[in-house]
Design a protein around this ligand. Structure first.
Ligand SMILES: [Cu+2]
Length: 161
């Protein structure tokens, strides 16, 4: 450990290498107080500022309908999400890298309950809302992170411009 500290101190070893590649980017010291997911794709929206409501249905065929969403930059959107299936589904907004990483975590801990502003998890037959402020332009993703669902193709694309 002492050797490691010395290497760091003299700058031989970049700290990013220790923290583990790509994942380190969203968690650098300067944006530590923000939530990683929110930094890249937008942020939790203010219900009073909703400009558009879009309905998305999730089904046991492992599909979202629609699976392509188009928004204007800085638009606050209310997603009304309905689970039309007989098993639990969820809609999580993120970049595909984040979603895959999150999905891997869910596979290791299938019982893990997760709740974040960028997602909604729904029991069969339920409807819920997710309010999101798309404050950056770009192409993003959404997916169902119930183990196996993303892998089965339960994903969609969000384009913000
Ligand atoms: Cu699902």
């Amino acid at each position: 450990m002492k050797l490691l500290m010395v290497l760091l101190a003299i700058g031989v070893l970049p700290t990013a290498a220790l923290a583990g590649g790509e994942h380190a980017q969203g968690h650098s010291m300067e944006n530590m107080e923000h939530h990683g997911d929110e930094d890249q794709v937008g942020r939790k929206g203010d219900p009073a500022k909703v400009e558009r409501t879009v309905e998305v249905t999730m089904s046991d065929s492992m599909r979202f309908s629609p699976d392509k969403l188009r928004f204007k930059k800085d638009e606050t959107v209310r997603l009304v999400v309905h689970n039309a299936g007989k098993i639990r589904h969820e809609l999580v907004i993120g970049t595909m890298d984040e979603l895959k990483e999150h999905a891997a975590m869910m596979r290791k801990n299938p019982a893990m309950k997760h709740a974040e502003p960028n997602m909604i998890s729904l029991a069969p037959g339920k409807t819920g809302t997710l309010i999101w402020d798309f404050d950056r332009a770009g192409t993003f993703d959404f997916a169902c992170l119930v183990p196996g669902h993303l892998e089965a193709g339960m994903r969609g694309e969000i384009m913000v411009k």
